[in-house]
Design a protein around this ligand. Structure first.
Ligand SMILES: C[S@@+](CC[C@H](N)C(=O)[O-])C[C@H]1O[C@@H](n2cnc3c(N)ncnc32)[C@H](O)[C@@H]1O
Length: 207
């Protein structure tokens, strides 16, 4: 690869990264989110990546911290095979009820309505092949516990990392600290993606 290969040539078109397909229930979830005034669902490009990462784990064990109304849940389920299983944890019952209503018939998902920190402190089951930590616990608190639950070869994914003008300085500092901490861990291979809402992917190495 040459030093200039990654540059976009003059006159080249923009690369369209709109997802090629979307989960069947996504439109209904978006309508429900709008009706409820819920604005924290994941960006659809992150959703598409979640589906792709879930598809890489046949029979995989998957954890989502922060269900919201279930958009991320829908993407994960869309990528999972029939033997994979997802646990998704949410503090706000009313918000999670939207996800339960739209996605609860799928036997591959278990909904937990509980504080994510309490859940992380008390869970004593097997580790996960993919952890999408999309709320405070597992990201800004209880980080060690969430990372402990990543199986060898498994992936820890966090989003909403790209600085925004409306962030208080304290949040910017917390994100910097989080990035430094995860990137400094022994036994994880990490990549930042300046894409979608700003992502960090960390994979627990097996060597
Ligand atoms: C960014 S949203 C989740 C979006 C969802 N993962 C998606 O991809 O569409 C964060 C969610 O975390 C929930 N939450 C906040 N504090 C929590 C806690 N301590 N434990 C569990 N969930 C929490 C909020 O109610 C909110 O629904």
């Amino acid at each position: 690869m040459t030093g200039t290969e990654s540059e976009v040539p003059d006159g080249a078109g923009a690369f369209d990264d709109t997802p090629a397909s979307r989960p069947e229930r996504l439109a209904a979830l978006r309508d429900a989110a709008r009706a409820a005034g819920f604005e924290m669902s994941c960006d659809e490009r992150t959703g598409s990546l979640l589906a792709t990462l879930a598809a890489a784990q046949p029979g995989g064990r998957i954890l989502e911290l922060g269900t919201g109304v279930g958009e991320g849940t829908a993407w994960l389920l869309d990528g999972m095979d029939v033997k994979a299983h997802l646990i998704t944890v949410e503090l706000d019952h009313a918000v999670q009820d939207v996800a339960r209503r739209e996605l609860g018939a799928d036997p591959r998902v278990s909904f937990v309505a509980e504080d994510g920190g309490v859940w992380l402190e008390t869970y004593d089951g097997p580790p996960f092949d993919l952890v999408f930590a999309d709320t405070w616990p597992g990201k800004f608190t209880h980080l060690d516990r969430a990372l402990d639950l990543v199986a060898p070869g498994g992936t820890y994914l966090i989003d909403d990392l790209a600085p925004r003008p409306d962030w208080p300085e304290s949040h910017r500092a917390a994100v910097d600290d989080l990035l430094r901490t995860v990137e400094g861990l022994d036994g994880f291979r990490t990549t930042r993606l300046d894409w979608s809402s700003g992502l960090l992917i960390a994979v627990r190495s097996t060597a």
